[in-house]
Design a protein around this ligand. Structure first.
Ligand SMILES: Cc1cc2nc3c(=O)[nH]c(=O)nc-3n(C[C@H](O)[C@H](O)[C@H](O)COP(=O)(O)OP(=O)(O)OC[C@H]3O[C@@H](n4cnc5c(N)ncnc54)[C@H](O)[C@@H]3O)c2cc1C
Length: 386
């Protein structure tokens, strides 16, 4: 067991950090506040090949794996510039196409994605919520096309993307009545597709949308993988998404602790640095331990994803990483804000504006409770509650 990152991984980490620091948290916060995107940062990272670092070289990728994409994602967040769409574009969508796409689909979609074009992901529906078996958006075969009808909600970044992977119902299991799901790559400007902005209180450059599919025609060659196998297939992308969520949280945790440690050494109010008071030091030390433990589980999940023949073998570790990193990131950010006293809530100190992002990742892409359900039933063998 080797816990040391390879020289290539260390160089990747340093290179991502260099680029992210040249933008800095102030750039990110300003974009988030004004509702603009962080295109320059995204393009700079893509231009260096970092968004395709895990994809095959034949499609312009770096030929490495999820461990490397997690480094990219974490290091961006560790500078205070988290890029939420890494979760969906290179992590879920590219992984799904890499595993299940035809040669033509891989050439058509992976090559532009390594160059920075975006694809987003639509599974969540207003009524189904966490219960994907209840998805109601249908795809019905009609000659050379499928017709999509239904709605999706909380879909991130649609206005920035060329396509999205949509999870649809193409039938039902005769025995259980549960939906048989299928995945499609749908153009974001397809006729019949409407979107409505969801205002949120998360200070982030990414926007969320409710989508309506009003008889949207999708060519049959946009089916991804096998019809009816979508639920099994989708986890090949959802585990990387969990690993990336974890990486954003540990990155924000590191960002917050770096700032808090510096502040606790510099700030004196009783003739001694506040970091000497255990009331300040212990919460920061606790958070540091939690962040490092979450980083270990995240690295394990990424390693398992990269090294197992079974594409979903990382499920348990990815869920545990996502759970622990969200908790650790939140604790670290909260401890850092507390350390800063009133300054913790100011714009200048760049902490409180990240709360929405890290808090989101306790709910999405899979909620804390659904992770606990998974661990209870899959890891401990307890009876399922649903
Ligand atoms: C900012 C943002 C961006 C998002 N981006 C995307 C995206 O790009 N694509 C996409 O498809 N989705 C996206 N989502 C949706 C996200 O994945 C869901 O919000 C999340 O999975 C939870 O589903 P829900 O909101 O429907 O909650 P619900 O399923 O309604 O759950 C509500 C609460 O009940 C709990 N709960 C539900 N079932 C159980 C159970 N069996 N046991 C115990 N507790 C339970 C949940 O944990 C949660 O706390 C995004 C959401 C947000 C807020």
């Amino acid at each position: 067991m080797d816990f040391t990152e390879s020289p290539e991984q260390q160089m990747l980490r340093a290179a991502v950090r260099d680029v992210a620091e040249s933008f800095g948290h102030a750039y990110y916060a300003e974009r988030a506040r004004s509702g603009e995107h962080t295109d320059e940062l995204w393009d700079a990272i893509a231009g260096l090949g970092f968004l395709g670092v895990h994809l095959p070289e034949r499609y312009g990728g770096g030929g490495a794996g999820m461990s490397e994409l997690a480094i990219v994602c974490e290091e961006l967040a560790a500078v205070g510039t988290p890029l939420l769409l890494i979760l969906v574009s290179p992590a879920i969508c590219a992984e799904l196409i890499k595993h299940f796409g035809t040669d033509a689909q891989k050439t058509q979609f992976l090559t532009p994605m390594t160059a920075g074009r975006k694809m987003v992901f639509a599974i969540t529906e207003p009524d189904a919520g966490s219960n994907s078996h209840n998805l109601a958006t249908t795809a019905t075969r009609d000659g050379d096309v499928y017709r999509l009808r239904g709605s999706k909600t909380f879909i991130s970044g649609v206005e920035e993307a060329d396509q999205m992977v949509v999870v649809t119902r193409t039938g039902a299991d005769e025995r259980t009545g549960r939906g048989r799901l299928s995945l499609f790559v749908v153009d974001t400007d397809a006729p019949g597709l409407q979107r409505t902005l969801i205002p949120t209180e998360i200070a982030a450059p990414e926007r969320q949308w409710t989508l309506f599919f009003d008889d949207v025609e999708v060519p049959a060659d946009r089916l991804l993988g096998d019809e009816g196998e979508g639920l099994r297939q989708v986890f090949v992308g959802l585990n990387p998404e969990r690993i990336m969520s974890a990486s954003i949280c540990t990155g924000i945790g590191r960002y917050a602790l770096d700032r808090a440690a510096q502040y606790a050494c510099d700030r004196e109010v009783w003739g001694t640095p506040i970091g000497r008071h255990q009331g300040i030091a212990h919460p920061l030390a606790t958070a540091k331990i939690e962040v490092e433990l979450a980083r270990l589980m995240t690295a394990k999940a990424a390693w398992m994803h990269d090294h197992s023949d079974d594409a979903v073998a990382a499920g348990e570790a990815a869920n545990m990483a996502k759970y622990s990193a969200a908790e650790a990131g939140l604790h670290a950010l909260d401890a850092a804000i507390q350390t800063h006293g009133g300054n913790g809530l100011t714009t200048e100190y760049g902490l409180a504006d990240l709360w929405g992002m890290v808090r989101l990742l306790k709910i999405a892409p899979v909620s804390r409770e659904m992770v606990l359900n998974f661990v209870a039933s899959q890891s401990l063998g307890l009876p399922k509650s649903y």
